[in-house]
Write a protein that binds this ligand. Sequence first.
Ligand code: NAD
Length: 423
Amino acid sequence: MVTDKASDAQNDKLNVLKSTQTVVQIALEKLGYPDEVFELLKEPIRMMTVRIPVRMDNDAVKIFTGYRAQHNDAVGPTKGGVRFHPNVSENEVKALSIWMSLKAGIVDLPYGGGKGGIVCDPREMSFRELEGLSRGYVRAISQIVGPTKDIPAPDVFTNPQIMAWMMDEYSRIDEFNNPGFITGKPLVLGGSHGRESATAKGVTICIDEAIKKQGMELKGARVVIQGFGNAGSFLAKFMHDAGAKVIGISDAYGGLHDPDGLDIDYLLDRRDSFGTVTKLFNDTITNEELLELDCDILVPAAVENQITEDNADKVRASIVVEAANGPTTLAATKILNDKGTLLVPDVLASAGGVTVSYFEWVQNNQGYYWSEEEIEEKLYKVMTKAFNTVYNTAQTRRVDMRLAAYMVGVRKMAEAARFRGWI
Ligand code: NAD
């Protein structure tokens, strides 16, 4: 019985939905909103669970479970990625949709948050099976999504090809070509310049701002990055090109460490499309060891609950920038803040992806496309403004960066709901 209670308490600490709700509630209290605002925002307004039949290569039909959560559409249509991963759960998708609402508020986009996921392991599926799953998911959720309702995008283990199949399926259902249905598409199908590297660009801008605040220099700084997928690999390249020393990277199978700096171009050349590279090496470290490496900047860019109360005091970086969603538990956030680490939270640091997704949607709607330079310039303006708004809120309200980001992110949603007369 005691063991059950202890494991319940442990599960609660790792429950990303509960911890998100906790911070949303504190943020709303600090802003002076009444309880009913929290009651409205603590869960998605709409949550759909779907069963997707796919004919596999061995001719058997396999049934997959998928989800689409729409957190809040007071500000505008909901928007957020679709994750293909064996650990996808209803709770995780709900939390991810709330984070998307917060991000949209922080970078001031005319969106609410949405998120989707399918319980599957795409690493073990053929190209044809993945196409069947992607198209089946769109058919299953087609009634609640669309360019003015809810706009999907890529997330863990989904990519421009999957977005292309999804856009094609939606366009067939809708009976006209509809690129604005989804973002993160290949360029030839109405994708945007700079979308693939946008999350990492946004993280880079946050690192630059954080470095300035800490009176440090990026040149020569030792950087450790967990995850070598879309976010992690582009970030490694940007850090390397800016003169920082990337001394550690990892993927789902382990990590690589070289105190003199890793050969990032070689690793980028050898990684597969799922962000796996460490399998090619014998001399690896674990993901746990990677997080505790002696470094200046640590960037978790993989999955949730990586920095917990068990390892937070062993994190040696003075700046932690969360490229991943939910990599640090609330208990670990407190430990890091107490020891003076500057923690740039996920809802701010990883908002570059949704920002350029917004640019992609705007370009699709207007049918006129911007250059890479224009995208970069616009992203830079949005991210530096967002970073400094959150940083200044943290200073003036004497709260940590996570709570400050939630306060900035939740306000627009709450105000929109109030003006609409919902609360
Ligand atoms: P991805 O699928 O391209 O790469 C994921 C990486 O994490 C891979 O290297 C994989 O091997 C590694 N990984 C998976 N499970 C792991 C584990 N248990 N331990 C260590 N490493 C593991 O995904 P991505 O798009 O780079 O997303 C990474 C994180 O960034 C996610 O939290 C995602 O929600 C967040 N994010 C991504 C975007 C985007 O535009 N891609 C935007 C905002 C936030």
